[in-house]
Each structure stands twice: as C-alpha cells, then as structure tokens.
Ligand binder design. Structure first.
Ligand SMILES: [Zn+2]
Length: 276
C-alpha cells in the first residue's frame, strides 16, 4: 500500500481529515499532536506502539530538540494502514541570563540528602505515568492562571550567574502570591510535593497516555495525592517556594520524557465530547 504523506507545516490547531482519522495540534519541536480515529487496532510512532483509548484517542509529542522525520503508522480494523510523516524544523530558542541565590546553583552539602530524597520521590511519581490508557486530556486545555502574562518562554538556554546552565523546560506565568493555579486539563495527581528544594510546593498531574503537567513554586497545595481533578479546577495557590526569583507559576509539560512547550497545548481546540 502506498503511504500517505502529509506536509506538516500545519497551521496552529489545523484539523486534517484523512478518511477515518483526525489530527489536532502541530508537528514542531515541543509540539504535540492528538489523534482521534475510528476502528483503530494499532498505533505506532517510529516503530514503537503508542497507547490509544477505546474512543480511538491518542497523543504523541516532539521533544524540544527533536530532529528529522517522525513516522506515524495507524492500523484499522479493516486491515488498512495509514502512514503519516512529520518533518521537524529546528526552532530558535532564546538565551536568558538570570541572577539567583548561589545556594540554588550549587546547593550546600547539608541539603544534598533532602535533594536526593526528593528526586527519588519524583522518580517514583513519574514511574506511574504511562499506565493510564484513558485520554483524560481529551477534556481540552485551559491556562493555569486567570490573568495570562508570560514571564519566560519555553526552551530558553539559561545562563545562571554568568554560567551556561539548564534549559528552561517550561513556561513561566506572572502571578501574585495566593493567585489560583488551575489544572490545565483533566487528570490525576501523581504527587503533591511539599516544599521541595528546587520545585517548592508543587503538583504533578497525569493526563493519561504519558502526558503530564507540573506546577511549581506554589504557596499552598490544594489538590491531594491520587486526587482526580477537572480542567480548570484550582489545585493550589501561586507563590515563590523553592528555586524561584519571586512569585510566579512554572508550568512544565512532558509526553513521557519528551519536553513539550506548554503553549503548544493552549492553541489546540478539540471537538466537544458529543462531537466524537
Ligand atoms: Zn520556569
């Protein structure tokens, strides 16, 4: 069978209808694509199976530094196979210089035990991700704050105190201490972390099929471990706990370990549930 090739320079939220399948989102570095298909029996991304739920909903994402061609292969009950190709162009990322307290660049020895313990707790929480086949994210996406003012974009190369440091793997929203932080989509709380060294008070939400969001530096955690939350539900209050230069919300999104640009979610409009 001849494969069907798609040019992937799709416009934001463009809907592509290919017989029995619809796509939402954009193939770009840090982007995600949500597929809704009928009578799907298998979905593979670059040769590896990915999950889909009983409504035929699946998701996959492209890392900040993803390169080259990605191939999606979808099998249907009638044995038909459709192949889609996505060519990723490199994005340009910003460089951002910050001055932060020295203890957050090189943590003091007495804190190392705490940091190690916290990284183990995070690992354990992330180990549960991917077990949820249900596409909670089909609820769609909403901003996590009521008044949207982007303070720092996704993907920047950080220069901390004059030295090349980590990549900014999230999106920072301006916020006042006590502002409501909302779940960006339906999900389950995998960890409500209490005053972690770097993250401060934070919440990790599992939206199903490997898609997660994390909300850092809160003054107060409201949602509890294993709690199911709805899109737009208040899960905590903004603050500046952990490694933060003043009150703000750091929102991080991943598809498994791939670092996703949260902004690429907010431009996606999914059909209403009745429409599926
Ligand atoms: Zn941030």
């Amino acid at each position: 069978m001849k494969a069907i090739f798609f040019s992937v320079l799709l416009f934001l939220s463009t809907v592509v209808t290919a017989q029995e399948i619809q796509f939402y989102g954009e193939a770009k570095q840090g982007g995600i694509i949500i597929g809704i298909g009928k009578n799907i029996t298998n979905v593979q991304l670059n040769g590896a199976n990915i999950q889909f739920d009983k409504s035929g909903v699946f998701v996959f994402g492209f890392d900040r530094d993803a390169r080259g061609i990605s191939k999606l292969k979808v099998r249907f009950k009638n044995k038909k196979v459709e192949t889609f190709e996505y060519t990723l162009e490199p994005r340009e990322y910003e460089e951002q210089s910050l001055t932060i307290a020295k203890k957050y660049v090189t943590p003091p020895k007495r804190e190392l035990k705490k940091i190690k313990r916290e990284s183990q707790l995070m690992k354990a929480a992330r180990a549960k991700v991917g077990k949820l086949k249900s596409a909670f994210f089909i609820s769609g996406f909403t901003y996590p704050v009521d008044s949207v003012d982007i303070r720092s974009v996704f993907g920047s190369q950080r220069i901390l105190n004059g030295r090349k440091a980590n990549i900014h793997n999230g999106l920072d929203f301006s916020a006042e201490v006590g502002d409501s932080i909302r779940a960006i989509s339906d999900g389950i709380v995998r960890i409500a972390g209490d005053n972690f060294y770097y993250n401060g008070n934070f919440i990790l939400l599992d939206h199903g099929q490997g898609l997660t969001s994390v909300y850092l530096h809160m003054s107060k955690i409201i949602a509890k471990d294993n709690q199911k939350v709805k899109k737009g539900e208040v899960i905590g209050l903004a603050g500046s706990t952990g490694r933060a230069t003043g009150p703000h919300l750091h929102l991080g999104v991943q598809w498994y370990k791939k670092r996703i640009d949260p902004m690429s979610l907010f431009t996606i409009t999914l059909p209403s549930k009745d429409g599926i």
